[in-house]
Design a protein around this ligand. Structure first.
Ligand code: ATP
Ligand code: MG
Length: 449
């Protein structure tokens, strides 16, 4: 298998770890995700090694290694600057809290395979003998593109409820189907996801949104299995929320959001969550006016709701602020052609603008399909290319004081006014700006000849 793949330093190091363990008389295999990835022709992010050597044996054999989770049998081994997790074959006992095993015992490869979550993740590969050790029919499930728990689904999900989300993540990122009994157990146990910490839920959800080729399908699966209503009730509420067909021929707000998620090209955390949450303000602000539904102020409403969602999911302040700003601002993109130049400059000069522009593009694409505002903004940006994002103001507070305006609120107000005139393109240069300002001050009676 790996023999026909171009080798790389990360992989060569993983082979080296196994070779040194085997030379010392131990069994040592690549294990889990890296074996799955290599079989599928994907490049593993990291390589884990499983062995019958105990952590102390491993520490002795690799003097620079670190015992990171000795109780669980895990040692980290460095080879040429790359780190490898070497784990002793183990069995986990009694997950009383549904999250952490209470104790482990060291065992053999077959028993170690049985503690792993899904068959596709439970394979071993001997990189020296070039032999796959498959105790769970994982190879067949990779070929058939199926996510199936090792052992009885219900038991395995009861043991560790994070697996409910991992199943959906692997299905979405690899494009595999959930085997019916596995899917059925997830549906039955979906409400137990609430025992998992917000951080870990966020991690899994974020990986789905960023790594699944079709992130919308991942969210649809979460909805169909009854998981989304526990994780993000605000998104569940989009389902069945009708909207005016002349603007949204695609259907309800949930469908609209899924189309956008599926159409994402360049992904970022901020874009993914801005898309996912951009219309959550619609259901609570929906009003029937005559024969038409209106969603007055749904963007502002949605931004406030998104802030609560993102705090709950433990996002950083920076991400939360940026995402909420994008959501609050998203309806303004309908008016860009009517905006004053100064307003436009500020819009495209905002640090969130690249995310906002992409959000707007997806929003149009997933509804009426009209791209005129998007095209207008792209053209406007091009026209301004080379200009600094926002130019330095020609007139400063010092200038205004020097003209004889006393220190206080007025200085700031006039500074803002003259800067807007500058951005609007009404003024040629600093001299013209000062002359303009002086005239304004005289006209307003704030200054006397
Ligand atoms: P990726 O790193 O691409 O997300 P992976 O399969 O390597 O996928 P990890 O979370 O790195 O996943 O875990 C490594 C291996 O440990 C898995 O392949 C699986 O065999 C096992 N494993 C991880 N988490 C669990 C879990 N919650 N329950 C059972 N086994 C698990
Ligand atoms: Mg991994």
């Amino acid at each position: 298998m790996s023999a026909d793949l171009p080798s790389n330093p990360l992989q060569a190091g993983a082979r080296e770890v196994a070779l040194r363990l085997q030379r010392a008389g131990w069994t040592a295999y690549w294990a889990g995700g890296c074996v799955r990835d290599v079989i599928m022709g994907r490049t593993p992010k990291d390589y884990d090694i499983a062995t019958n050597a105990t952590p102390d044996d491993v520490l002795r054999l690799f003097p620079k290694s670190l015992a990171v989770g000795k109780a669980f049998g895990v040692v980290r081994v460095p080879i040429e600057g790359n780190w490898y997790e070497v784990a002793t074959f183990r069995q986990d006992h009694a997950y009383r809290d549904g999250r952490h095993p209470e104790a482990v015992t060291f065992t053999d490869a077959q028993t170690d395979a049985a503690r792993r979550d899904f068959t596709i993740n439970a394979l071993f590969f001997d990189p020296i003998a070039k032999v796959i050790h498959d105790f769970v029919d994982g190879r067949k499930d990779i070929d058939r593109k199926i996510i199936r728990t090792v052992g009885r689904p219900r038991d395995r999900f009861m043991e560790d409820q994070l697996r409910l989300l991992r199943a959906v993540r692997f299905s979405a990122t690899l494009g595999f189907a959930l085997e019916p009994a596995t899917a059925g157990a997830i549906r039955d146990l979906a409400d137990r996801i609430q025992s998992i910490s917000a951080e870990r839920i966020q991690q899994e959800l974020t990986r789905m949104l960023l790594e699944a080729p079709r992130a919308g399908d991942a969210v649809q699966t979460l909805q169909e299995l009854g998981l989304i209503k526990h994780i993000l009730p605000e998104v569940e509420a989009l389902k069945g929320q009708e909207q005016p067909p002349q603007f949204h021929p695609e259907g309800d707000v949930f469908t609209h959001t899924l189309i956008m998620l599926n159409a994402m090209v360049e992904r970022s955390v901020q874009l993914a969550y801005a898309v996912l949450l951009h219309d959550i303000g619609k259901p609570p602000s929906a009003k029937q006016v005559g024969d038409r539904i209106r969603f007055d102020n749904h963007a502002r409403h949605g931004a406030a709701m998104a802030e609560a969602v993102l705090r709950r999911l433990r996002f950083s302040n920076a991400d939360t602020d940026a995402i909420c700003f994008c959501i609050a601002n998203h309806m303004r993109f309908m008016d860009v052609k009517k905006m004053r130049r100064a307003t436009l400059c500020r819009l495209v000069g905002a640090p969130t603008f690249p995310v906002e522009l992409e959000l707007h593009r997806l929003d149009c694409l997933a509804s009426h399909g009209g791209m005129d505002n998007y095209d207008f903004l792209v053209a406007f940006q091009k026209e301004r290319a080379g200009e600094p994002v926002l130019p330095e103001p020609w007139v400063t507070g010092q200038d205004i004081l020097a003209l004889g305006i006393p220190e206080g609120r007025d200085v700031g107000l006039w500074k803002k006014k003259v800067y807007e005139a500058q951005l609007d393109g009404q003024l040629e240069n600093r001299e013209a700006a000062l002359a303009w300002l002086k005239k304004q001050l005289l006209d307003a009676g704030s200054l006397h000849e």
